[in-house]
Write a protein that binds this ligand. Sequence first.
Ligand SMILES: NC(=O)c1ccc[n+]([C@@H]2O[C@H](COP(=O)([O-])OP(=O)(O)OC[C@H]3O[C@@H](n4cnc5c(N)ncnc54)[C@H](OP(=O)(O)O)[C@@H]3O)[C@@H](O)[C@H]2O)c1
Length: 249
Amino acid sequence: MPNLLILGGTTEANALARAVADLGVAATYSYAGRVDNPRPQPLPTRVGGFGGAEGLARHVRDTGVTHVIDATHPFAAQMSRNAIAACQQTQTPLAALTRAEWTAAPADRWQHVPDIAGAVAALAGPPRRVFLAVGRMHLEEFAAQPQHHYLLRLVDEPGPLPFADCDVVVSRGPFTVEEDTALMRRHRTELVVSKNAGGTGARAKLDAARALGIPVLMIDRPRLPRRVELTSVPRVLDWLAHSGVDLGV
Ligand SMILES: NC(=O)c1ccc[n+]([C@@H]2O[C@H](COP(=O)([O-])OP(=O)(O)OC[C@H]3O[C@@H](n4cnc5c(N)ncnc54)[C@H](OP(=O)(O)O)[C@@H]3O)[C@@H](O)[C@H]2O)c1
């Protein structure tokens, strides 16, 4: 009997959960527990870390997981590394549901940086109005550049923030180009800082930046060890079928 574990927290994971639930395949959806009210899923859901690669391997063994699908965000590199290690250890088939990186069009004004630390360093210089669209986890690091005015967009109302001068918009997305263009106009944004997440849900700010001629500091993705990577839900279903899961179709 198949028993899938979907590592989630993304639009893509939600789409996979829907497809798997519709097919009646046994699966559990896993959230890290970062947001206050995670979206309900059409599958049994668990919340919270496993306790590193060892903990995940234990979870896989104890709950009889037969296949792991890592559908986490491209920047959730620790979880993805743990999944690779735990699946190797337990000989469990693993596939990642990924999305293509965003690439710059001719009218885009992107400066690439390799990681968060690179983005912080690139912010040295005179004060600017910065749309810091990197989520909640790494804000402390940007406190090293306190001269800027920061616009933050966060899923939940934040606690104390490390910036004296900032505006916060609480919103979950997905966002439209019209909304993001209006947001950046309203806040007189001069620079956008973005992770290269790929996908559609967070893309609008880049299209808005292009339309407004605003430069973007683009944080490249962390590199991961080799693994099976699939770029769509149908491809994951094909992979499951080839890995012995009866999808009943
Ligand atoms: N990073 C982003 O920019 C971003 C953006 C949108 C959504 N997300 C989602 O937010 C979650 C956390 O991302 P992150 O960047 O903080 O991850 P991370 O740095 O790679 O993970 C840190 C630890 O959080 C736990 N964890 C992460 N994802 C988990 C999951 N789906 N289920 C159970 N435990 C999980 C694991 O703890 P243990 O070691 O204890 O198992 C992991 O070692 C992920 O589900 C990701 O898809 C992240």
